[in-house]
Design a protein around this ligand. Structure first.
Ligand code: DOR
Ligand code: ZN
Length: 432
């Protein structure tokens, strides 16, 4: 049975309730039962001393590739949700580019059932926009909604046909689902391996211009306006794209955006040395692009921080740069990157960070979470803002080791992940 847990003396950041201050939190069973300046210790409670620590609503990563079904050699729901818990997440939304693609009820139900059996954290499946994510024919959106998807995306692939994207947005709106758009014009990006610029020229690697992303961001903003249906721009990475989203928001359009830790931390300079862990779609961009992403995070243009956790097997990444698949793992390093790169450098306050890592993902996906209100599910993350550690991929719970942050010394790690009142991670270790 569940014990009572009393989290004492931590700095509680609960933006929806306007809280940023030292408080105690009592958990009874699966829910938060009290939040107050002082809660007395009784003998039936397990006390967690959180002095000097940050307590947030459970973090939610709305862009994760769990790879199951079908690509279990890269990641499974078991391993991916443990990576999530280790990284401080209490919930993830899983992208549909599995084998088969999550374009039908059966796959979505499988993911939900497997997550209930094997998952360390909550899993919310995203369904595909088109059959097989091939961009040609709409998926059975009504069926997907009924099976429990929380959004639609062909992530990994763009929806090239504008008419299909328009219909997708119209259907999505009827079912109250947001379309998450992987913005890429494949004719412009075709055969490119990295960002097009000085460094791609220097390395002799064919480049992907910023325009490949921007053309599609522009189109989808136009279609959001036409359909009045919400569009969420995944992994935004260029100056032009950030500017267009800012402008769209000023005009009141239902457009939101997310940025990844790699796009706010790294530039295409990381590709020098040909580490295939730096190969990702969209690619690591220029310094000016990175600055635009930081500015977009700071001024609220970018609503969400999501990892695009994309595990690949070692043998797939241990090839020439051109042949390596796109993607990097992110779940187990994002919190210290947010602390080190954004909070410590004054880009975001703790409240801003929690809004982007919990409040807004819950809002955009229309799922529970993002709050520490009394009566809410006891999903919480505790972060030690002073804890320093070196990123060691060998210690990852993810099966993917493809991180460009190997060997980085980072500060500000999650030390507890609590899901439905149960401690699933303590001091970086999963508790079974
Ligand atoms: O780098 C990426 N990897 N970008 C995507 O859009 C898809 C992802 C994957 O599935 O590996
Ligand atoms: Zn993508």
């Amino acid at each position: 049975m569940y014990m009572k847990q009393l989290i004492k003396g931590g700095r509680v950041i609960d933006p929806l309730n306007g809280i940023d201050g030292v408080k105690d939190i009592l958990i009874e069973g699966k829910v938060i039962s009290q939040v107050a300046d002082q809660i007395a210790v009784t003998d039936q409670v397990n006390v967690i001393n959180a002095e000097g620590k940050i307590i947030t609503p459970g973090l939610i990563d709305m862009h994760v590739h769990l790879r199951e079904p079908g690509l279990e050699y890269k990641e499974t729901i078991y391993s991916g949700t443990r990576a999530a818990a280790a990284g401080g997440f209490t919930a993830v939304a899983s992208m549909p580019n599995t084998r088969p693609v999550a374009d039908n009820k059966a796959v979505v139900r499988f993911i939900i059932e497997q997550a209930a059996r094997d998952g360390a954290v909550k899993v919310y499946p995203i369904g595909s926009i088109t059959k097989g994510s091939q961009g040609e024919e709409l998926a059975e959106i009504a069926d997907l909604k009924e099976a429990g998807v929380v959004a639609l995306s062909d992530d990994g692939n763009p929806v090239v046909n504008s008419e299909i994207m328009r219909r997708a947005l119209e259907y999505a709106q009827m079912f109250n689902l947001t379309v998450i758009d992987h913005c890429e014009d494949p004719n412009l990006s075709a055969e490119g391996f990295m960002h097009e610029g000085y460094i791609s020229t220097l390395l002799g690697l064919r480049g992907i211009p910023a325009a490949a992303e921007e053309v599609m961001v522009a189109r989808d903003i136009i279609l959001a306006e036409l359909t009045e249906s919400p569009v969420h721009i995944a992994h935004i990475s260029t100056v032009g794209a950030v500017n267009m989203v800012r402008e769209a928001k000023k005009r009141g359009l239902p457009v939101t955006a997310e940025a990844t830790p790699h796009h706010f931390t790294l530039t295409d300079e990381a590709v020098i040395g040909y580490d295939t862990a730096t190969k990702v779609s969209p690619p690591l961009r220029s310094e000016a692009d990175k600055e635009a992403v930081l500015q977009g995070l700071k001024d609220g243009t970018i609503d969400v921080i999501a990892t695009d956790h994309a595990p690949h097997a070692r043998e797939e990444k241990e090839v020439e740069y051109a042949y390596a698949p796109n993607g990097m793992v992110g779940l187990e390093t994002v919190v210290p990157l947010v602390v080190s790169q954004l909070i410590s450098k004054g880009v975001l306050s703790w409240t801003d960070a929690v809004v982007k890592l919990s409040v807004n993902p819950a809002k955009i996906l229309n799922i529970p979470g993002g709050t520490l209100s009394v009566g809410a599910a006891a999903d919480l993350t505790i972060i030690d803002p002073e804890k320093e550690a070196v990123v060691d991929p060998k210690k990852f719970y993810s099966l993917g080791r493809n991180t460009p942050f190997k060997g980085w010394k980072l500060r500000g790690w999650p030390i507890y992940t609590i899901v439905n009142g149960q401690i699933v991670m303590k001091d970086g270790k999963i508790i079974e």
